[in-house]
Design a protein around this ligand. Structure first.
Ligand code: SF4
Length: 298
């Protein structure tokens, strides 16, 4: 396999970091747009039938107005609650269901608003994934290794490899011709189950079988956005793959980004270096592994 240069991976990470703020700005813009669409629609439903409702019962327009007014307040509250959450990293409004609302209501509306404005779907999905990652990170919850699941797309596997990884990841011969080898090493080191899915159905089956409390998923924007929606309320932290050969073919992932995600959500007492069976001669992280490879004296 043609190895992706480390500089390329770092450039990708840096660009991803720099574009994080832009993604958030796009998300906030689209959320405000979606909220405005909902409020405008509700105002329309309020104005149009009120005159006719008075013929049914003199109180009917007031009851209807209160109902729609309540929905308008809820939409405005949800929109601002989400924006505050994005900026502060936590919700001062104690709006625990804000991620659910974003996923179920705002994402489809945001996609619609974005489409009307001519914004590519993948840009909208990417901004949604960034905000979703912030929302799942904000409670600061930590997990045991067995409560986490590393879910990978099959396109990470070398396209010439004949091993059937969806049945068992142990079928991998660890030849180093694709990222699966290093991902298995990462999974072994942190004691987190690694699974490869060929699509949404297999991914759902894996989730049902393993019953994780949190998923660290690697995929493209489309699969990550739909996976986050499908598995709600289960938290999913998404790491985007990169596609140097085009979509769904010999893709790659930043092991550094994935390891950072593991260390963000795993209780530090389960980190390899904190376990009693830890071998200090063994490098601790992908970064340390890279440093050790480039300087054997370490
Ligand atoms: S590392 Fe595993 S999955 Fe990748 S090409 Fe080698 S045997 Fe196949």
């Amino acid at each position: 396999m043609k190895q992706l240069k480390v500089s390329t991976v770092h450039d990708f990470d840096r660009e991803d970091l720099e574009s994080g703020k832009a993604k958030k700005r796009l998300f906030v813009g689209l959320v405000v747009g979606a909220g405005t669409v909902v409020v405008s629609f509700l105002l329309l439903t309020l104005i149009l039938p009120v005159i006719g409702l008075a013929n049914i019962h003199p109180w009917a327009p007031y009851v209807f107005s209160m109902l729609v007014g309540g929905l308008i307040l809820l939409t405005v509250w949800a929109t601002f609650g989400l924006i505050i959450n994005i900026h502060l990293g936590h919700s001062p409004l104690h709006f625990a269901k804000i991620r659910g609302l974003t996923i179920k209501l705002l994402l489809p509306l945001m996609t619609l608003v974005g489409k009307l404005l001519g914004i590519p779907k993948d840009r909208i999905r990417s901004s949604f994934i960034k905000v979703n990652n912030d929302l799942v990170s904000s409670p600061g919850k930590l997990y045991k290794p067995e409560e986490l699941l590393l879910l990978m797309p099959h396109c990470l596997q070398n396209s010439r490899c004949k091993m059937r990884l969806t049945y068992s990841i142990d079928n991998c011969k660890r030849c180093g011709e694709c990222p699966i080898d290093a991902l298995l090493e990462l999974s072994d080191r942190y004691g987190i189950h690694l699974a490869v899915a060929t699509g949404g159905t297999i991914a759902r089956r894996i989730v049902v079988e393993r019953r994780p409390r949190m998923i660290l998923a690697v995929a493209c924007e489309r699969d990550l956005a739909s996976g986050i929606q499908d598995t709600y309320p289960l938290p999913v932290f998404g790491v985007m793959n990169f596609r140097p050969h085009g979509p769904c073919f010999d893709t790659n992932v930043s092991l550094e980004a994935l390891e950072n995600a593991i260390r963000k959500f795993m209780d530090p007492q389960y980190f390899p270096e904190n376990r009693v069976d830890h071998n200090p001669a063994k490098p601790k992280t992908e970064v340390e592994q890279h440093q050790k490879n480039s300087n054997p004296a370490i």
